[in-house]
Design a protein around this ligand. Structure first.
Ligand code: YOG
Length: 135
């Protein structure tokens, strides 16, 4: 039985988002706006199938994948690149590798009680975000 990530989570902390965005080549003005956002993650999970939505007042981003199956990801509204992405389980952690133009790109999710943790990596930048389950 895989871990259950189903739920809606609100951002409570966001470290190094600026360096992550710089590594992705996001322009100054967009970074200033994005840095002020407190997005929400909405996760729908059915076994190994996931729909993940990142929702904010500025832009939304949505991805769907099956764990263990490589998929074409287009980061529309973010840095607008194409990646060959693949998510795998590392025990109860979800680990995504995003192969493409940017080296060392990916993310990891894990749960700690009512918190959803996310580490976003691009090149040498690591952003750490924590979300709390919405009441
Ligand atoms: O999430 O890959 O949870 O897809 C990362 C933003 C900001 C737009 C968000 C909008 C990267 C301008 C998704 C913020 C910065 C800045 C809300 C990260 C790029 C552009 C959409 C992500 C995974 C894991 C699921």
């Amino acid at each position: 039985m895989p871990a259950n990530y189903n739920g809606t989570y609100n951002m409570i902390s966001n470290e190094n988002f600026e360096s992550y965005m710089r590594a992705l080549g996001i322009d100054f003005a967009t970074r200033k706006i994005a840095n002020l956002l407190k997005p929400q993650k909405v996760i729908e999970q059915n076994g190994d199938f996931f729909r993940m939505k990142t929702i904010s007042s500025f832009r939304n981003y949505s991805t769907e994948f099956t764990v263990g199956t490589e998929y074409e990801e287009e980061t529309k509204g973010l840095d607008n690149r194409k990646c060959k992405s693949m998510v795998t389980w590392d025990s109860d952690k979800l680990v995504c590798i995003q192969k493409g133009e940017k080296k060392n790109r990916g993310w990891k999710h894990w749960l700690e009680e009512d918190e959803l943790h996310l580490e976003l990596t691009c090149e040498d930048a690591v952003c750490k975000q924590v979300y709390k389950r919405a009441p």
